[in-house]
Design a protein around this ligand. Sequence first.
Ligand SMILES: [Fe+2]
Length: 313
Amino acid sequence: MIYVTGDIHGSIDIRKLDKNKVTEKITKDDYLIICGDFGLVWNYKKEDSKERKWLKWLNNRPWTTLFVDGNHECFPRLNSFPVKEWHGGRVHEIRPKVLHLMRGEIFEIDGNTIFAMGGASSHDRGPVVGDTEVVRGKSWWPEEIPSDEERAFGFNNLEAHGFKVDYIITHCLPNTFQGYIKQGTFPNDLLTEYFDYVNEMTTYKHWYTGHYHVNVDITNKLSVLFSRIVPIGGNVAQAELIMGIPKYRLGETVMVMHDGEPCMGRIEKLHPFGPTIFKNDEPYYDVAVYCEEFPDVIERVKETAILEKSLMG
Ligand SMILES: [Fe+2]
């Protein structure tokens, strides 16, 4: 079985992989794919003790961890790991059971073909915020966007497979769909344009991305993942809850029932472990509903009571 999840950012968001209803089911025959912002090859000088500790931890999990790169990776170091042929494509072997799926490769895993193409534009650093020279080579690298050669390699590889794969794993979305995330705050670039083309040309069962730090099904075959861990082929709506990792974030707009009617609201407060600190429960939220005459805050709304909705049909 193959499982997919979103960014882990090194030690920052890795706890979602530890002791929960999903990962305790994952066995030594299984794979867990991280959709970029792996972040455990991050220090620009050399592997530090934190990276070593968490890479050891990952390598000691029952499953094999696979990842595409995101924008938060130290690319010169990532690209210096040994390259190996693995399940029909090339990987960087970070550890024997922690493998980087190289850009443009198509892997065959458990009878599924998987197209991998990492990379994304940093929206929080680098040229976007005008401090390129300060951060270049330390926490931002121009290689975050795949080169012309890498994009062409991926496209030719898809063509060689008749533009048909089972699954696509990337860090960012095609142009067409990126605008639906966070009110269009992520600018389009060469890669999102390229993914538009890939999306038009390729037949696939499901496409998974990370990058946007939300869990949402954009269409019935395109899901953005962050904290959720889904069996490949599944989507966010079917994903298991993970205690302490709220699906929604502060300020996010959600839909809740209010006076018997579905109503849009804004998340005002998070209770990640439930309504009291004494009981490990599902996440709860205080939601300020957008009611014209009587603005109201509904306290302690269960995560499962928030109405799931796809952004597109
Ligand atoms: Fe990220």
